[in-house]
Design a protein around this ligand. Structure first.
Ligand code: NAI
Length: 460
């Protein structure tokens, strides 16, 4: 079988010890992988003044796959997190974590085996935040068709490759009708391309409740960034915590796999480190590379060592890192592993369609800063009619103003009977400025064939 080169970043603290365990197990399992060492973390900062030298990024881009040990982020000195730097530089659009019950790790649940795919770039993590008034903060939740599609396609590709039966989209589209609604729409479009896989969806709060009562019902979960961040840690807790949680970051052209835990400086160099999480990350990496047989062989050997009571100290055992590694090696069964190799696929490489629509501009939501009760706003300006004023999303005009807390941030929805231009909107803003209205944020209101491309206010 062809050898493939993988970038190996050993990292800091226990990183080199747990990486050595993976190197030894891969060699014993005859995995057709050769390592290219690259540097990141403290050593790189000392040598190059940069936690992620350009050579390391080049190595990952060249080899397309990397395994990374944990890296220490110095608290002082303003060094950026190595993980964030790598994720941004390589546009790693999906985060994938496995939550699987392990024999030696006692938890309330058995037979949990959930693969969690989280969109990794967008949502509220795009970091578009502004104070609107001294009392009102706003963060833009950005969901794109392309970003959603890349992550969702990846979840279905993995399900198909690993013989998993069901993909569940986790969302809050009942409330976030437009943003999560787009994520769910894209999910349904993509699901139609994989008829052999059951596609379901669930509201995120119900999903959390179900996960902590009957987690074994889930197979693959795919989520927007924020829900994914929270739900993936919840899933790690269900199977015994972050110590045995593997993970990977999947990009357009490359992928980086790593354990979720840190560099554990307190036990570094003592032979006590548990390599399980990094080894499970390397199993995910092999699955990504299509080396399904080798991945299963290593996973089975790991589970059988644990089931027979060989554990490191953190799991209540006495084995050193080296003894635990040997126990896994001695349990490897390699018959027929090569036959289970499938081509490496890259879901994001598939076309990500950009759709076009003929939008008609019909108005604008003009947000103003205003203290002390309902603002007096003109009911018509040019082609626009004031349709509603809302405060924190609740309609406060027309009709009786509900008895609610009013903050100093009012939305005024001005809509025309027919299409308007951006110049009309500018004239609207100039008029409001001339009247002393302190506008702080504007959103355009568009329609397609009479259908709004914006949400209604509560009570509208
Ligand atoms: P940590 O995960 O390194 O350690 C927390 C506790 O868990 C410690 O008692 C440690 O001994 C234990 N532990 C962690 N992994 C273990 C393993 N494989 N085997 C046995 N015991 C293990 O978290 P901490 O102490 O908050 O962070 C230490 C450093 O790691 C920091 O500089 C932090 O920035 C970095 N870090 C790096 C990550 C990464 O590169 N992916 C992720 C999280 C933290």
């Amino acid at each position: 079988m062809d050898m493939r080169t993988v970038t190996l970043i050993q990292g800091d603290g226990i990183g080199p010890e747990i990486c050595q365990s993976v190197i030894d197990i891969f060699a014993a399992a005859k995995v057709p992988v050769q390592w290219e060492m690259a540097m990141a973390g403290l050593e790189a900062i000392e040598k190059f003044g940069n936690g992620v030298p350009p050579e390391t990024l080049e190595s990952i881009k060249r080899n397309k796959v990397a395994l990374k040990g944990p890296t220490t982020t110095p608290i002082a000195g303003g060094h950026k997190s190595v993980n964030v730097t790598i994720r941004k530089a390589l546009e790693l659009y999906a985060n994938v974590r496995l939550a699987k019950s392990m024999p030696a790790v006692e938890t309330r649940f058995e037979n949990v085996d959930v693969l969690i795919v989280r969109e990794n770039i967008e949502d509220t993590y795009a970091g578009i935040e502004h104070m609107q008034t001294p009392n009102v903060a706003q963060c833009i939740k950005l969901i794109t068709r392309q970003g959603s599609m890349a992550a969702i396609r990846y979840s279905f590709e993995e399900a198909r490759k690993l013989g998993r039966k069901k993909v569940t989209c986790v969302h809050k589209a009942n409330i976030h009708k437009i943003t999560d609604g787009l994520f769910l729409t894209v999910f349904r479009e993509v699901a139609a391309e994989y008829p052999e896989i059951e596609a379901t969806d669930i509201i995120v709060d119900n999903c959390c409740m179900q996960l902590v009562s009957r987690p074994e019902q889930f197979d693959v979960l795919v989520l927007p960034n924020l829900y994914g961040d929270i739900v993936s840690d919840l899933c790690a807790g269900i199977v015994g915590g972050l110590g045995v949680a593997p993970g990977g970051n999947i990009g357009r052209d490359c992928a980086v796999f790593e354990a979720v835990h840190g560099s554990a400086p307190d036990i570094a160099g003592k032979g006590l480190a548990n390599p399980t999480a990094l080894l499970l990350s390397s199993v995910q990496m092999l699955q990504y590379m299509g080396l399904i047989g080798h991945a299963s062989a290593i996973q089975n050997a790991l589970e059988s060592a644990l089931a027979e009571g060989v554990k490191t100290r953190d799991l209540g055992g006495t084995a050193s890192t080296a003894e635990y590694t040997q126990a896994i090696i001695s349990r490897l069964v390699l018959d027929g592993v090569d036959a289970q190799t499938v081509p490496m696929t890259n879901a994001a490489a598939a076309e990500l369609p950009v759709i076009s629509e003929n939008w008609t501009l019909v108005g604008a939501d003009v947000f103003i800063e205003h203290k002390g009760g309902l603002p007096q706003m003109p009911e018509t300006i040019g082609p626009f009619t004031l349709r509603l004023i809302s405060n924190r999303g609740t309609k406060v005009w027309p009709g009786p103003t509900p008895d609610i807390l009013l903050v100093d941030h009012f939305r005024n929805r001005y809509v025309a009977d027919s299409s308007v231009t951006r110049n009309d909107v500018l004239a609207l803003l100039q008029e409001l400025t001339a009247m002393g209205k302190h506008w702080c944020h504007v959103e355009l209101l568009n329609q397609v064939a009479g259908e709004a491309r914006y949400s209604k206010a509560q009570g509208e």
